[in-house]
Design a protein around this ligand. Structure first.
Ligand code: CTP
Ligand code: MG
Length: 236
C-alpha cells in the first residue's frame, strides 16, 4: 500500500462586500463588536481551530482598513483581490491557492460576516464529511411556517420539512470547487453560495446541522445579537 500525503485544509473568507443592507459608513466586516472588528473575530475563530494550512481572505481593492487589522500580518493569513459578487471573491481566493493546494485538499469557505462560528461546528463539519466524495455545508432546519407569496397574498404553504437554511462554512474539494465556480461564471449562472455551484455540476452536497447562533451579520439589529452570542459563548 502506498502512503498518500495527508489531505490538507484551506480556509477562504470572502470579505470584500460593501454591507449595503447594514448602511454603515464602514463595510460591516470592520464594525466593532466587543472591542474588535467583526472580521478579526471571524479570523481568530478560524485560526484557533488549527487545521488550516492557510486562510485566504478576499479583500476589496479599495479597502483601506485591512492592513490595520491585527490578523493581517498573521503567518497563516493570505489575501486575494475581491470581485464584484461573492462568488467572484471566492474564485479569486481559490486561484490564489493554485500553487499551494492539491485538487483533493479540502477548502472551507466561511463568510467574514459570521463571527460567532465556533470551533466545535467547524470540527463537526470536518469530521462528518471527512470521507465524503462531495462535501457539504452547515445548515439549519427552519422553524417558522413558510408561505409562498404572490402579489402580497399567500399562494401556498410550503412544506417546511424539506427546507434548510444554508450557513457557512461550506466544505468542498479544492479542484471540484474551482471547476464548479469557473463553470458557473462561464455560464453566467448566479451562485450565492459554494453549494449552489456544486449542485449545478449535478452533485449533492451533504447537510450538517449547525448552531443557530452562527448568524450572518446583515442589518444593524444583528450587531447587538452577535455581541450577545459572542459573550455567551465565552461561558460555554
Ligand atoms: N462578499 C465578498 N465579495 C462580494 C460580496 C460579498 O467577499 N463582492 C462577502 C461579504 O464581505 C460577506 C459575505 O461575502 O462576508 C456574505 O455576503 P453578504 O452578507 O451579502 O455581505 P455584503 O455583500 O457586504 O452585504 P450586502 O449584501 O448587504 O451589501
Ligand atoms: Mg451581499
Amino acid at each position: 500500500m502506498t502512503d498518500r500525503p495527508p489531505r490538507r485544509f484551506w480556509g477562504i473568507v470572502p470579505a470584500a462586500g460593501i454591507g449595503r443592507r447594514m448602511g454603515a459608513e464602514l463595510p460591516k466586516q470592520y464594525l466593532e463588536i466587543r472591542g474588535k472588528p467583526v472580521l478579526q473575530h471571524t479570523l481568530e475563530r478560524l485560526l484557533a481551530v488549527e487545521v488550516f494550512s492557510a486562510v485566504v481572505v478576499a479583500v476589496a481593492a479599495q479597502d483601506r482598513a485591512w492592513p490595520h487589522l491585527a490578523c493581517a500580518g498573521h503567518p497563516r493569513i493570505r489575501t486575494a483581490p475581491g470581485g464584484p459578487e461573492r462568488a467572484d471573491s471566492v474564485l479569486a481566493a481559490l486561484r490564489a491557492l493554485e500553487a499551494s493546494a492539491a485538487p483533493d485538499d479540502w477548502v472551507l469557505v466561511h463568510d467574514a460576516a459570521r463571527p460567532c462560528i465556533t470551533g466545535a461546528d467547524v470540527l463537526k463539519l470536518i469530521h462528518t464529511l471527512a470521507d465524503d466524495p462531495v462535501g457539504g455545508l452547515l445548515a439549519l432546519p427552519v422553524s417558522d411556517t413558510l408561505k409562498a407569496v404572490e402579489s402580497g397574498a399567500v399562494a401556498e404553504t410550503v412544506d417546511r420539512g424539506r427546507i434548510w437554511r444554508a450557513l457557512t462554512p461550506q466544505m468542498f474539494r479544492y479542484g471540484a470547487l474551482l471547476h464548479a465556480l469557473e463553470d458557473a461564471a462561464r455560464q453566467r449562472r448566479p451562485v450565492t453560495d459554494e453549494a449552489s455551484a456544486i449542485e449545478l455540476q449535478g452533485l449533492r452536497p451533504r447537510i450538517v446541522e449547525g448552531r443557530p447562533d452562527n448568524i450572518k451579520i446583515t442589518r444593524p439589529e444583528d450587531l447587538p445579537l452577535a455581541a450577545f452570542y459572542l459573550e455567551r459563548q465565552c461561558y460555554e
